[in-house]
Design a protein around this ligand. Sequence first.
Ligand SMILES: Cc1cc2nc3c(=O)[nH]c(=O)nc-3n(C[C@H](O)[C@H](O)[C@H](O)COP(=O)(O)O)c2cc1C
Length: 223
Amino acid sequence: MNIMKVMEERHAVRKYQDLPINDEDLKRLKEEIAQVNKESGLNIQLILDEPKAFDPAYGHFEGVRNYIALIGRKGENLEERCGYYGEKIVLFAQSIGLNTCWVGGTYKKIDNVLEIAKDEELVCMITIGYGEGHGQPHALKEVSKFSNEDPNQPEWFKLGLQGVRLAPSAHNEQKWHFFYDEENGVGKVDARPGIGDFAKIDLGIAKYNFEQASGKDSSIWIK
Ligand SMILES: Cc1cc2nc3c(=O)[nH]c(=O)nc-3n(C[C@H](O)[C@H](O)[C@H](O)COP(=O)(O)O)c2cc1C
């Protein structure tokens, strides 16, 4: 499926059907997570059939039995990398008919479920399963609110911004900024987080969407 369509169709889903993930979907999801862990060096874990972390008495989720824990070694850029690679998994899940929701706060860490080494940290979670419905579109910021878009910039930058616009963020705040710049005549992008608890995760999510929508790779980012 076209990646923009996948981004457009993805919405936060907080209520799930009481169904296990079928064998075929599960196989593909596990392969995707293994591939992401290999590429990123993160320790992302898929937890199946564990209903306590998202007990409805605790948060506003219903029927969550499966989730993905974004875990990695503490250090520079961990949050942004979890955002980036978590979004890769979220869009993959969406493309095979699974629903998701990013969760930074409203979950409970259950003893003896996650394997977190001393030098690692749990950054956030993603619920996953077959939703009761596919969620709803939310108000999205205009690109002019978070970029310096102008008509003379290359098409790939404008496409990238459309991907950013569709990216999920904590409280739907979309506080990031994406500025077009040129270094020695080569188009580059300066991507900056907003301020707030989840701003760096949000930035990683948005950068993944930008790359996918623009067709560019990580060489466009100004460090
Ligand atoms: C880093 C991050 C943390 C989030 N934390 C929570 C959370 O703790 N509880 C929750 O219900 N939703 C959480 N969300 C989901 C957002 O509220 C949701 O993505 C946003 O409102 C945009 O809606 P959409 O995903 O349908 O586009 C989080 C999203 C992100 C990206």
